[in-house]
Write a protein that binds this ligand. Structure first.
Ligand code: URA
Length: 429
């Protein structure tokens, strides 16, 4: 088989065979297929799409590039959640310890920033000492002892996704339903979990800009996931404004801790409870959603969810009480009166990258201390001169992103016609 022939086949809209998909992924995972050929194939897939059968093969091939974990003797169900990516989306960092504090086991393999969206691993690495590169043995030991761990793909676990994810990030090939489906599911299948819940985001800060595309992505994820043996469901959630107030690596850790302590923003708390309760009910830990939400809420109010977070962070080498790195702050003030009618959320993600909080090139180092606190939400009235965004940045950078933020937050004399609900429909396989 030759890579250029496989690339040309997909470029021309043909269907790739199982053998072709397996071969190309296996070669890429061991470094025998160069980045430029994989990037060309990713672009061909982005433009031409894939059949459901091709996506199943791609997912299986990516899964087969590494080990699949098994959890034969745990005293509770193994579960996980994954988001398709958004701005300010920190729910994984809250959900893993929250569910572990309720007796579920969460061996979470997560990702880094992708496109304009932030990455759970980059956020966690703001915590001094935190390691997101656990070996299989370490991951197994932390999950057994603590109940949860959050780590990244490695040479052993989903290596093909680790490489392809980093390549897609810098080659404009992220927003592809087949590539997102295979990326997420290969990692989740490698975890060896039984139950999976997916948060499929749509809107200006998501890869799927509208509800129709998000539905198609949710259908692809749930169908391929269930064909490969997972109990999986997906919720469609709004990403037309950041989730919570904080956007940026260390800032999002700070806000996650607030949610775990019961003092975080309502939207983030609500979405985390929605996703967590779905897993509690699917795994039959709770009889129904109400019972699940009561158990989760009392884990927060009793302090056991926060304690579980501390245990997880310590077990992964971090100090849960060490000060987080935070840059200097400067307020941006509204230039006129008006209602916030729209937030161009992707632009806010781009502004974080501009500040150094995300990558422009594969392998770039990240500045964990930068980001924003959003002090307004869509529908709010703002007075001229009112501080509406606080920027965390190194002083000369604040002016660099001022224009981006002013463009991103749209003010108008009339209120917005409607504000989309945060949580939309559920999609089941
Ligand atoms: N999350 C992933 O893990 N992969 C994607 O492609 C998008 C979001």
């Amino acid at each position: 088989m030759t890579p250029d022939w496989i690339i040309a086949k997909k470029r021309d809209g043909d269907t790739l065979s199982d053998q072709e998909i397996y071969w190309v992924i296996a070669e890429f995972a061991v470094g025998r297929l160069p980045d430029y050929q994989m990037a060309a194939l990713a672009m061909a897939i982005y433009l031409r799409g894939m059949s459901a059968e091709e996506v199943v093969s791609l997912t299986e091939a990516m899964l087969a590039s590494g080990t699949r974990l098994a959890w034969p003797d745990l005293p509770g169900p193994t579960v996980d959640k994954h988001s398709t990516g958004g701005i300010g989306d920190k729910t994984s960092i809250i959900l893993a310890p929250l569910l572990a504090s309720c007796g579920l086991f969460v061996p979470m393999i997560s990702g880094r920033g992708l496109g304009a969206t932030g990455g759970t691993l980059d956020k966690l690495e703001s915590i001094p000492g935190f390691r997101a590169d656990l070996s299989i043995r370490e991951l197994q030991s932390v999950v057994r002892r603590v109940g949860c761990a959050i780590t990244g793909a490695t040479d052993e676990i989903a290596p093909a996704d680790r490489e392809l994810y980093a390549l897609r990030d810098v080659t404009a090939t992220v927003a592809s339903i087949p590539l997102i489906t295979a990326s997420i599911l290969s990692k989740k299948l490698a975890e060896g979990i039984e139950y999976l819940v997916l948060d499929v985001k749509y809107g200006s800060g998501a890869f799927m800009k509208n509800l129709g595309d998000a539905r198609r992505l949710a259908t692809s994820l749930t169908e391929v996931g269930s064909r490969l043996g997972l109990n999986v469901s997906a919720v469609l959630s709004d990403m037309n404004q950041p989730l919570g107030c904080m956007v940026g690596n260390a800032l999002e850790i700070k806000e996650s801790i607030e949610v775990l302590q019961g003092t975080g923003p309502t939207d983030t708390t609500k979405l985390t409870l929605e996703l967590s309760s779905q897993l509690m009910v699917a795994a039959r830990v709770s009889l129904n959603k109400l019972e699940a939400i009561q158990a989760l809420s009392s884990a927060i109010s009793s302090g056991s969810a926060r304690q579980k977070y501390d245990e997880m962070v310590s077990a992964q080498g971090g100090d849960p009480y060490a000060p987080l790195p935070l840059a200097d702050t400067g307020d941006l003030c509204a230039s006129r009166n008006g209602f916030v009618t729209q937030i161009e959320t992707e632009m806010l993600g781009r502004a974080v990258i501009e500040l150094g909080g995300g990558r422009k090139h594969k392998g770039d180092r990240i500045d964990h201390s930068v980001g924003f606190e959003m002090r307004v939400r869509v529908g709010d009235w703002v007075e001229q001169g009112q501080p509406y965004v606080t920027v965390y940045a190194h002083p000369p950078q604040i002016d660099r992103v001022r224009q981006l933020i002013e463009k991103a937050v749209v003010l108008d004399a009339q209120p917005p016609a409607e504000v989309a609900p945060l949580i939309g429909e559920w999609v089941h396989a």
